[in-house]
Write a protein that binds this ligand. Structure first.
Ligand code: PLP
Length: 376
């Protein structure tokens, strides 16, 4: 059996090696390292894939979130609602900009924020909501969009884990996550569903005015060369990463299917086991399985991880500590409630199994056999 990895970036590369090697060499030979044709091609192809009016490539997913918030012209002390069960970057950029992250709990089945959890956190100072489509499935956005409209709030979607997921509205309309609210942000970190061979990110929107503003902010606040309209940042996707991403974007739906096949194998293996809760599938969102995350009894979780590790099976805890308990947010964040029972529970019970595009049945059988053996 091939060794099991959380993510197999090398194996995935080998399957597209010729195309990638040629594309990267072509960039090197062209000398167009920054903003070259490779970046423009990828940007256009991503716009088409997402049905987005504007895609702005940038240096990483954290920058994407920061630039998105900068484009909203918020003032120090303005509040932005975020889940407390997410990766740090979602809330970190809010603090960095002198805004106040207001943390809310998440739903125990989807791991995502809901309109019902957000509503009590809205105050006079609330200006925006940053829902995260955690682990690859959309937050239930239709009620969140209605709530935002009612209170005149912006929605910036953290789509770093869910690129390619589809959300279906009650009227049958289907849209890609990241284009449900005002601005969507994603990351091309190598282990993400659409991963570069280094850092990368992108911002997307269907609002052309916001699109121009985002582009300007990402490029030193300049709308034309050496004329600076506002304070911006320097955040670029380099041409070599864009060349790699263009090749991988064409395969993204195939990669998603491979992940969904792995998830279906896990589901079937664990279906009958009462101690193991498999990830639920929402009726109105596809799941692109950035992670396949089980919930197991809290008193068994760390033991399971150690046991799997002894069997050469990596498994990860995303995430072990709620954001409201992180030292970094002390005196910066506000908590929407006194406690976050679901997040606290999840931090004790979640465990993510290996899932990627290069897994074979032999590996999957081995992993599921070991998990079941642990619980038998
Ligand atoms: C990966 C990730 C980010 C940050 O992306 P980087 O490219 O690493 O800066 C932000 N939010 C979430 C939910 C992520 O998973």
């Amino acid at each position: 059996m091939r060794p099991i990895q959380m993510v197999d970036v090398k194996g995935q590369y080998q399957a597209i090696q010729t195309a990638v090697d040629e594309a990267v060499l072509a960039v090197i030979r062209s000398g167009a390292f920054i903003n070259g044709p490779a970046v423009q091609s990828f940007r256009q192809n991503l716009e088409t894939y997402l049905s987005a009016k504007a895609v702005i490539p940038c240096a990483n997913g954290t920058d994407a979130l920061q630039i998105a918030l900068m484009a909203l012209d918020l003032k120090a002390g303005d509040e932005v609602i975020v889940p407390t069960f997410t990766y740090v970057a979602t809330a970190e950029v809010i603090g960095l900009l002198g805004l106040t992250p207001v943390m809310v709990d998440v739903d125990p089945d989807t791991f995502n924020v809901t309109a019902a959890l957000i509503a009590p956190a809205i105050s006079e100072r609330t200006k925006a909501i940053v829902p995260v489509h955690l682990f690859g499935q959309s937050a239930d956005m239709e009620p969140i969009l209605a709530l935002a409209k009612k209170h005149n709030l912006y929605i910036v979607e953290d789509n770093a884990q869910a690129i390619g997921a589809d959300y279906t509205f009650s009227n049958g309309d289907i849209k890609k996550t990241g284009l449900l609210g005002d601005i969507g942000c994603t990351s091309f970190y190598p282990s993400k569903n659409l991963g570069a061979y280094g850092d990368g990110g992108a911002i997307f929107t269907n609002d052309e005015v916001l699109g121009k503003k985002l582009q300007t902010i990402a490029n030193h606040g300049q709308s034309r060369r050496y004329y600076h309209d506002c304070i911006g940042v320097n955040s670029r996707l380099d041409s070599m990463q864009a060349a790699v991403l263009d090749i991988k974007l064409a395969k993204l739906d195939e990669y998603t299917k491979a992940r969904q096949t792995v998830a279906a194998y896990y589901d079937a293996a664990f279906a009958a086991h009462s101690a193991i809760k498999v990830p639920i599938r929402q009726h109105n969102s596809t799941h692109v399985f950035h992670q396949y995350t089980l919930q197991v009894p809290a008193n068994k979780r760390d033991e399971l991880q150690a046991y799997l590790s002894e069997q050469a099976i990596p498994a990860m805890i995303y995430y072990p500590l709620p954001l409201n308990k992180q030292a970094a947010f002390e005196g910066i964040a506000k908590s929407a409630s006194a406690t976050f029972p679901t997040t606290e529970q999840l931090c004790q019970t979640v465990i993510s199994l290996p899932i990627h595009t290069e897994m074979d049945d032999e590996q999957l059988k081995y992993i599921t056999d070991k998990v079941l053996a642990f619980f038998s």
